[in-house]
Design a protein around this ligand. Structure first.
Ligand code: CU
Length: 211
């Protein structure tokens, strides 16, 4: 009886751990699969970074992960320091990361006004909001350095079918107080200037990253 329950639990947790995603570059803080819902780093606390820092280029570098979901709204953030509590610098996103396998952005640039020095420590946070509605977190700890090495094409590549898309934005919701009307149709909204502009600009950004 107990053995059966344990087998059932093991099966459940194995199926959980086969989902979610890992960071393969910079290498993640730790195997967060069972606790990946926990903000801000999937349950992997900062002390785990002690022996696990990746050298990363001073102007920014590659970020590779192994998504397992059909799609996920994805954000990549940065926090400076050796003990990061707030990931307040947006590096990429949000964008829709599509399909599963390996996904890599070969050169994620730092914001132009961000001044990092040789030896500056920081942590990168990846957030994926999956199709099931869960928020999944992972962090990787880095040291900015001119000696940082490229992860190489064995680590930084995009599996067949894996990619990124701009998020579709079909205009703000509109409410007509007199008729009680709701949201306008997507087709109508897409015709509005700001929405299309946002889409085009962001598609350009993603295209640059995907080169
Ligand atoms: Cu998952």
């Amino acid at each position: 009886m107990h053995a059966a329950i344990i087998t059932l639990l093991l099966t459940f947790f194995t199926s959980l751990s086969s989902a979610h995603y890992a960071l393969t570059f910079p290498y993640w803080r730790g195997p967060s699969f069972p606790t990946q819902w926990d903000y801000p780093c999937g349950g992997m606390n900062q002390s785990l970074s002690a022996n696990n820092r990746t050298l990363w280029p001073l102007s920014g570098g590659a970020i590779a992960l192994t998504p397992t979901h059909p799609w996920a709204q994805t954000y990549i953030n940065l926090g400076l320091g050796s003990n990061v509590t707030g990931f307040n610098i947006s590096l990429v996103g949000p964008f829709n990361q599509t399909s599963n396998g390996t996904f890599c952005l070969p050169e994620v640039k730092l914001p132009a006004d961000l001044n990092v020095q040789e030896g500056t420590q920081a942590s990168i946070q990846v957030v994926q909001l999956s199709h099931l509605g869960g928020a999944l977190y992972n962090c990787a700890d880095i040291t900015f350095s001119k000696d940082a090495k490229s992860p190489g094409s064995a680590v930084c590549f995009n599996s067949t079918g894996v990619g990124a898309q701009a998020l579709d934005y079909d205009g703000p919701e509109q409410c007509n107080a007199t008729t009680g009307g709701g949201k306008t149709s997507g087709a109508t909204g897409l015709g509005t200037g700001p929405g299309v502009m946002l889409l085009v600009v962001f598609a350009g950004v993603v295209a640059v990253f995907m080169v």
